[in-house]
Design a protein around this ligand. Structure first.
Ligand code: AMP
Ligand code: GLY
Length: 421
């Protein structure tokens, strides 16, 4: 079989490494991939959002199965375009991807189907939003979210009226995120531990994967700016079997049923971003795809063949698959470029990696690297995800941090407290 994985980050590298366990797969292409991925797959220089070129490539190279991993091509309808050409693929179509690409769609869905989430209001005009935050009924902090995709940066926690007003102006008038901020959601601020649950679903059956915890802020102690994710652990120690059973009943199954009732059944990987509030688990966000860095820890623990599960999703036969997980813990520490998530240098030589981009004792997933003449260089804000696996979380973290110690480049930055929340 020939497989094409769309995307270029640590998530895609984790998917590719997992697929490599399947001996029926003769060739894996990554578009566009990265320096580290090029050691596990053939990279093709097609941008992840270039639907037309991707479809032509898949057709001309007789690709048997395409995995569309990132949010942008899903939101733009890459799955619809591939299916139109009768190319089998994994991922939701454009209508189902709205669960991530429109926060308003997601919030309205949850309200309509009684799925627990923060209370909210939606606004389509800046003056109405500004007027609303002046009201005495509004309690701070409040959370302001751009409706559309904003590279994970479209959420602001406003501590007072001045910050709220500024955010509304940035999003709606100054168009900080272009059309993504034309409309916004203002919602109640919730508190509690966060849990990420990725789930396979074929639109009818939902099979949650092992739970995980992301660490979104750039600095230790969950301080500083939000990033794409600075590290992850799996399973999430806060997510007990009782909580899992409760979430299945009140959140996962109702969401799948709701999408079906709305005429846009979700097929692919649905990501539930949950907060365990004092009032019970609530949905903070949905993503229409595997999360990053969560995928790096979750797929490291998968025992069942990934392609088999994905194809069961495509064929709407997920109920026939038993998914099993290693009885281990995984911890991923992201090595980022100094300055990220703002400005950072690229093209800095990375030392300490083996010839194939790995390191002994860990799995190294490449998020943003290039490869030239036998050496790896930085090529992004998040550079590497160093993942340790062990029977305890403590040892998994120790393995990951031992790996991190041996990998270096100028201005390397990572958090030292992954797993401690
Ligand atoms: P999102 O981009 O929706 O994942 O939001 C980014 C982060 O903002 C989340 O992981 C939470 O830490 C935080 N957040 C989002 N919504 C809320 C909320 N209603 N209350 C508290 N924190 C939130
Ligand atoms: N780790 C959060 C995300 O992938 O959006």
């Amino acid at each position: 079989m020939k497989i094409l994985v769309v995307g270029s980050g640590g998530r895609e590298h984790a998917i590719i490494k997992s697929l490599k366990n399947n001996s029926n797969i003769k060739k894996i292409y990554a578009a566009p991939g990265n320096g580290g991925i090029s050691h596990d797959a053939e990279c093709v220089p097609i941008k992840a959002v270039d639907i037309n070129s991707m479809t032509i490539f898949a057709k001309e190279n007789a690709i048997d199965y395409v995995i569309v991993a990132p949010d942008d091509p899903l939101a733009l309808g890459m799955v619809d375009a591939l299916e139109e050409k009768e190319i089998r693929c994994f991922g939701p179509n454009k209508a189902a991807a709205r669960i991530e690409s429109s926060k308003i769609f997601a919030k309205d869905l949850m309200q309509k189907y009684n799925i627990p989430t923060a209370s909210y209001k939606t606004f389509y005009a800046a003056d109405e939003a500004s007027e609303y935050i002046k009201s005495d009924n509004v309690e701070f902090p409040i959370v302001i979210k751009a409706d559309g995709l904003a590279l994970g940066k479209g959420v602001v926690i406003a501590n007072n009226r001045v910050e709220a007003h500024q955010t509304i102006m940035d999003f709606m008038l100054d168009k900080k995120f272009g059309d993504s901020g034309k409309s916004i959601v203002i919602e109640e601020f919730l508190t509690g531990p966060e849990v990420s649950v990725l789930a396979f679903t074929d639109g009818k059956t939902v099979k949650p994967m092992i739970s995980s915890m992301d660490h979104k802020r750039i600095f230790d102690g969950n301080t500083g700016l939000n990033t794409g994710g600075m590290g992850a652990i799996a399973p999430n120690p806060h997510y007990t079997a009782d909580i899992a059973a409760f979430c299945e009943k009140t959140i996962f199954l109702p969401t799948i049923a709701a999408m079906q009732k709305e005429g846009c059944p979700f097929k692919g990987c649905l990501y539930f971003g949950l907060m365990l509030t004092p009032q019970g688990p609530k949905v903070i966000e949905y993503n229409c795809r595997f999360g990053d860095p969560e995928t790096q820890v979750v797929l490291s623990l998968l025992e069942t063949d990934l392609l088999e599960i994905m194809q069961a999703v495509t064929d709407e036969k997920l109920d026939s698959i038993d998914i099993s997980w290693k009885n281990d813990n995984a911890a991923c520490v992201i090595i980022a470029s100094g300055g990220y998530p703002l400005n950072y240098d690229t093209n800095l030589e990375i030392t300490g990696l083996n010839k194939d981009g790995g390191i002994s004792g860990c799995i190294v997933y490449h998020s943003g690297t290039s490869y030239k003449d036998g050496a790896f260089y930085t090529a992004g804000g998040r550079v590497l995800g160093v993942t340790g696996i062990a029977s305890t979380l403590k040892n998994a973290l120790e393995n990951a941090y031992n790996g991190v110690k041996n990998i270096n480049f100028d201005k390397k930055h990572c958090r030292t407290d992954i797993g401690s929340y």
